[in-house]
Each structure stands twice: as C-alpha cells, then as structure tokens.
Design a protein around this ligand. Structure first.
Ligand code: ATR
Length: 266
C-alpha cells in the first residue's frame, strides 16, 4: 500500500514540497504519496490527528504551525528542542516524533551545493524569529569562528544568541564589523524591505544567503551591488525536504537534480 505523507500550512497552495517529495520518491523507488493540506488556523492539531487516523505516516509542517507541531510531538529530537519548533513529524508506534530539519537543510545547502564550509568563518545571522531559531545550533556545530545574531529588536537577538551560546544584539552593533557569511532570516524581504546593515558588512569573498526563495530580494540586490556572491533559499528548501525524507524512509535522495528542476520550472 502507498504510504501517505503531507505538508501542513496556512496558506499552503504555493508549496513546492509535494513536487519535491514526488521526485524523491520516483528517484529512490519508494512507494509513497505526498499531499498539501491547508489546516484551519485554529485546527492544526485536529487536522494532523485526523491525517494520522486516516493512515498518514508522517508530515512536514510549515508557517504558521511549527511551534504547535513542537507541542503536538510526544517525543522530540535534540535539534527540535534547540529550535523550539518542529517541521517534521513521524508517526510511529503510537508516538508522534518531532524533528527539525531546517538547520540541517541550510548547512547541507551551504556545504554540499554552495561549497561554503562554515568552519572557522565569521557568520552573521539576521533575524531572531522562527526562521533564525531553527538554524543556530546546526551552524554552531560546524564550529564557525563566530556566529553573531542581529535583530531589529535587540533583546530578542540577545535571548536567541544565549540559546546558541554565541553573541547577539541590535543592528547598530554591526558598525565596523565584517562577516564571511551573512544569512537573512528576517521577514523583511516579504515587505520588500532591507535589514539595516552597514555598507561594508561583507568581508572579501563573502557569501550573502537569503532564506527566502522564488523572488529577488532587496537583501540579495544589496549584496550583488557590492559584488558579493549570493544564494537564495531554494537549496535549503530542497535540502530540508531531503533530510525529512531520510527521517521517514531511511534513504537519502539526490538533491542537485531536484534543485535544478525547480530552478528551470520558474
Ligand atoms: P519567521 O518565523 O519568518 O522568522 P517571525 O517569527 O515573525 O517570522 O520573525 C520575523 C523576523 O524578521 C524578526 O526577527 C523580525 O524582527 P523583530 O524581532 O524586530 O520584529 C524581522 N523583521 C521583520 N520585518 C523586518 C524589517 N522590515 N527589517 C528588519 N527585520 C525585520
């Protein structure tokens, strides 16, 4: 029988996850189906439990339900605990296992696809919301020279950086500093805004990474104008999906052809 998986979000119609997982399944010969389910904003828990009741084996969870998924899980991985959010659920033996593959997705995209090794590099993480929270620990595990969290609301950056055992503060703390990797995990791009960074924030040879995908952003334009290499979040999206696929199926799909396919489809 075909095993069922799904992604829960609201809204969800734009999700590329069904395409990505269909491609992974085809590639690895796994017999599974994957659908997108729009859970009502006040009915996430019941929606997931209904899906499990109907034979669902696992699920991805996206905005705005990752914190609720964290609470729904009966067991959690260390990386889910560190993030305080869950993007992958696995239903097994009456338990709901909660995991978070976002950070691994970012790190795999950096290392495998972009050939950027965080070890010994100075990393700046912009933002202190849900998107930033998922990636701090996996980045720290790669032993950068430094991870600094900067946020518009400075106390949130300090709170988050304390969780990751690194430094953090407001954007004004960036004055006179340079970084080898700058990751935009703010929601500024959604509003067409640029996080307020100093003009010379990028060290020579730096990489500018926007977690957003599917459109050019003021952040990426700012980097390009300074001759800096850029990357959007499409690779991270496919890599976090591959990591979830591995959690469910114990098989690692190839990501590069899927990233290429999605870029071509634009
Ligand atoms: P997400 O889950 O996508 O991270 P979130 O939890 O609402 O969303 O967090 C949004 C992040 O983007 C926050 O770090 C927010 O900064 P504040 O904590 O000061 O609100 C940041 N953000 C949103 N709009 C921004 C803007 N125009 N410039 C800079 N930072 C912005």
């Amino acid at each position: 029988m075909t095993d069922r998986y799904a992604v829960f979000g609201n809204p969800i119609s734009h999700s590329k996850s069904p395409r990505i997982h269909a491609e992974f399944a085809r590639q690895t010969g796994q017999d599974l189906g994957y659908e997108a389910i729009e859970a009502p904003l006040d009915d996430f828990r019941a929606s997931v439990l209904r899906f499990r009741e109907a034979g669902g084996r696992g699920a991805n969870v996206t905005v705005p339900f990752k914190e609720q998924a964290f609470l729904l899980a009966t067991q959690r991985s260390e990386r889910a605990d560190a993030a305080g959010a869950v993007n992958t659920l696995k239903f097994e033996d009456g338990e709901i296992l909660g995991d978070n593959t976002d950070g691994a997705g970012l790190v795999n995209d950096l290392v495998a696809n972009l050939k950027f090794d965080p070890a010994g590099r100075r990393i700046l993480l912009l933002g202190a919301g849900g998107a930033a929270r998922g990636v701090g620990l996996p980045l720290m595990e790669r032993q950068p020279a430094e991870l600094f969290v900067a946020n518009r609301t400075a106390y949130k950056a300090r709170e988050l950086s304390a969780r990751f055992d690194c430094y953090g503060g407001g954007f004004e703390a960036l004055e006179g500093r340079q970084f080898d990797l700058v990751i935009n995990a703010t929601a500024a791009s959604l509003a067409g805004d640029l996080p307020p960074m100093p003009d010379d924030i990028f060290a020579p040879g730096a990489l500018a990474y926007d977690m957003m995908y599917g459109r050019d952003t003021p952040f990426l334009a700012f980097a390009r104008e300074r001759g800096v290499r850029t990357a959007d979040g499409l690779g991270m999206l496919v890599e976090q999906a591959a990591e979830a696929f591995y959690v469910w199926r114990g098989v690692r799909p190839q990501t590069a052809p899927v990233i290429a396919m999605l870029r071509e489809a634009r």
